[in-house]
Design a protein around this ligand. Structure first.
Ligand code: THU
Length: 130
C-alpha cells in the first residue's frame, strides 16, 4: 500500500470483510469500507449468487449498510482486493457512490502491492443525478 494511509481500525475491518467474501463463482474476493461524516465505519464484501446477475459488489454492500443505518453522509470509500494489481470500482458502483458521496469524496483503492487515490468526481465525471 504505497500512498494511502490506513487507520488500524479500517485495515482490520477491511480484512475481516475480505474473509467474509462469498465469491465461489468468480473466486475474486473484494472488500469495501466506507467512513461517514459521524466517523462510523461500515465494511462489507462482495456477495455472489448462482444467478450471476444477482451478485452485489463490496462497494454497494458497504454503502447500503451505511444508508440502512441512517448514515447518508459518506466521506470516503476504501476498496481492497488481495491482488498485486490495483482494481477500481465497477460502473454500477460508481453510480451508487455518486448518489451518496459528494464529488470530492475520496475513493482509495488498495491492492497488496499498490494503492491509488481517486475522488468520486474523477471516477464518474458528469454523473447523472437528481
Ligand atoms: N466486484 C466487486 O465487489 N467490486 C467491483 O467494483 C468489481 C467487481 C466483485 C463482483 C464479483 O463478485 C467479483 O468481483 C468478480 O466480478
Amino acid at each position: 500500500m504505497t500512498d494511502v494511509r490506513l487507520s488500524p481500525e479500517v485495515a482490520a475491518r477491511l480484512e475481516e470483510a475480505l474473509g467474509r467474501s462469498y465469491s465461489p463463482y468468480s473466486g475474486f474476493a473484494v472488500a469495501a469500507a466506507v467512513v461517514t461524516g459521524s466517523g462510523r465505519v461500515f465494511a462489507a464484501p462482495n456477495i455472489e449468487n448462482a444467478s450471476f446477475g444477482l451478485t452485489v459488489c463490496a462497494e454497494r454492500n458497504a454503502i447500503f449498510q451505511a444508508v440502512a443505518a441512517g448514515e447518508r453522509d459518506i466521506l470516503r470509500l476504501y476498496l481492497l482486493t488481495p491482488t498485486r494489481e490495483l482494481h477500481t470500482p465497477c460502473g454500477a458502483c460508481r453510480q451508487v457512490m455518486a448518489e451518496f458521496m459528494p464529488p470530492e469524496a475520496e475513493v482509495l483503492c488498495l491492492s497488496r502491492e499498490a494503492s491509488q487515490r481517486f475522488t468520486v468526481g474523477m471516477l464518474l465525471p458528469a454523473a447523472f443525478s437528481r
